[in-house]
Design a protein around this ligand. Sequence first.
Ligand code: APR
Length: 254
Amino acid sequence: MTVIVSELEEARTLLREAIDQANKIVAFTGAGLSTECGVPDFRSKNSPWLRYKPIEFDLFMSDVLMREEAWRRKFALDDIYGRAEPGRGHYALANLIASGKMAAIVTQNIDNLQQMSGVAEEHIIELHGNGTYATCVKCGLRYELNEIRRAFDATGAAPDCPACGGPIKAATVSFGQPMPEEPMRRALAVTADCDLFLAIGSSLVVYPAASFPSLARQHGARLVILNGEQTPLDDVADLVLRGDIGDILQPFAS
Ligand code: APR
């Protein structure tokens, strides 16, 4: 039986109780964690992501004009939120990691804000990669965005790897691109091992990422969903906290 709570103080109290009763917590985060930091989410009505639609991986790989368009869209979005700072939710999770109660943060976000909040990489599992640097699709070499952008602004040409000639791409996972094996393996392991799974700020509509909350439940964890709107997994959850994520998590952020 799912309990749905939308009164702020009650939501905070029930979350505190769930955290106090848990021994090994995993957070699963989506774009809703970063919207208060100025990073737009993907499916709200006037999201810039609807204007700068992500380019499918096959198109990126097969068409140099689409690679150029992908870089144009990437830099346009970076100009919108490239200087974002972590918010109350990021710091709340950082505190839970520091307390030892939270084992890992499995994130769909590519904004690097959880790292900027002080959480070590070993506790962060990025299912959809990271948009703050680039890599060669062929050999995996890392490239910093400032040098890529300087060259792109000068020539408009999509960059290729000087080492192997492969196409350079932002280190995010595009639609149609295989999921990263190591993060998926780590996410499966921590999800199967936790006793409280907090799904925060995700519409839970993109798979395979959205399979983790149900997997946690199947392994016996309590599932708590924090989100401003309904999700397709609400009826699978033990507890749904409906409201602003920053407000609900604020007491844990200080
Ligand atoms: N408080 C509470 N909820 C919020 C807030 C907030 N401040 N801001 C946004 N939300 C909610 C939105 O209502 C929405 O339900 O967060 C959810 C964000 O959902 P999406 O925009 O779909 O983002 P996400 O679930 O992370 O998307 C998953 O889709 O496009 C791909 O790869 C991309 O990682 C992304 C994946």
